[in-house]
Design a protein around this ligand. Sequence first.
Ligand code: ATP
Ligand code: MG
Length: 360
Amino acid sequence: FAINMDQLVLEQELGRGNYGTVKKVLHRPTNVEMAMKEIRLELDSSKLNGILMELDILHRAISPYIVEFYGAFFVESCVYYCMEYMDGGSLASLCCFPNGNVSLPPSLSTSPGSAWTSSPAPLADEHLGRIASSMTHGLEFLKSELGVMHRDVKPTNVLVNLRGQVKLCDFGVSGQLEKSIAKTNVGCQSYMAPERIKGSSPSGSNMEDAFTSYTVSADVWSLGLSIVEIARGRYPYPPETYENVFAQLSAIVDGEAPGLPEDDEVTEEAEIEFHATGWSSTHKGKRRWSPEARDWVRQCLIKNADERATYKELLEHPWMQADRQREVNMTDIAAQASKLSPLHSVILSFVLALRAVYFF
Ligand code: ATP
Ligand code: MG
């Protein structure tokens, strides 16, 4: 069925990204709650049908590891993209505040509210394993069933629902759409593999290379980096700064690849996390990542793309074999993410606004 704006009742805003806003909507004819993403475009109207045709492939993306696509339509210069509503929100809200190096102003860090005072559910090795396996299955599905790579694997594009399912969203199937997105803000945390950074144009835009020079193993890097970020609770590379806009990109290209934190490292990192979230108490010294988990992540974050693990190898890895053999209760994790989600979007908007002003 074709969806249009008249059938939708707007509910609340779910979050904001670099390119637009995501809102919860009710689709009246079917009574289905959906998430609607608004993306501002810069293009002439002749290209609109081409984009809709390219997006059509999404109707075939039916997998327990992929957020379902319901339909897309245009109004003026925006594309509205309707997808399955994931009531737990993104994994980023559970763990990853935008750039752990940024300290919050006192007014925000002392603000009351249950989300601030409740402790996040501690993420255990088995939870991380289930997240990793769901993401890998999702990526493998995109590649083998649809013949596409994701191109934007990162914690905000991994969503959970209160049934404990973990699904991927926002994969790039439409080259035309990618090219037409009106960028309001460039990404400040790069999940791009070293070969993608090296291959992109000097202007710093990765749009030109978006459909050419790198392969599916670039997604494997981003997968590993996302798992490290979720485990650490922060993005593992230094931020771009006004003095050194390439600090982050050169660390990715020239530096050593990050891994899961050592047990004592966790305690140290906890000290610099946001105390008001209860984050520190759950992070301190409690984490123990299995040797299998560490090795799995290492296989993803091999800097030489040719040596990096394939999806098949990742799925056959002992960490994933262990995952298949155990019951993992993800519902508490999802409930925690859903509580923290609104807070995360407030912080994210705030940091993006600050960044626009101060460029850190
Ligand atoms: P970027 O713009 O760089 O891709 P992003 O992924 O954070 O960053 P959006 O894709 O616009 O930006 O999503 C913004 C937020 O909206 C997400 O972080 C998530 O919390 C929420 N969100 C997105 N899609 C859904 C969905 N299907 N169900 C529930 N929440 C969603
Ligand atoms: Mg997204």
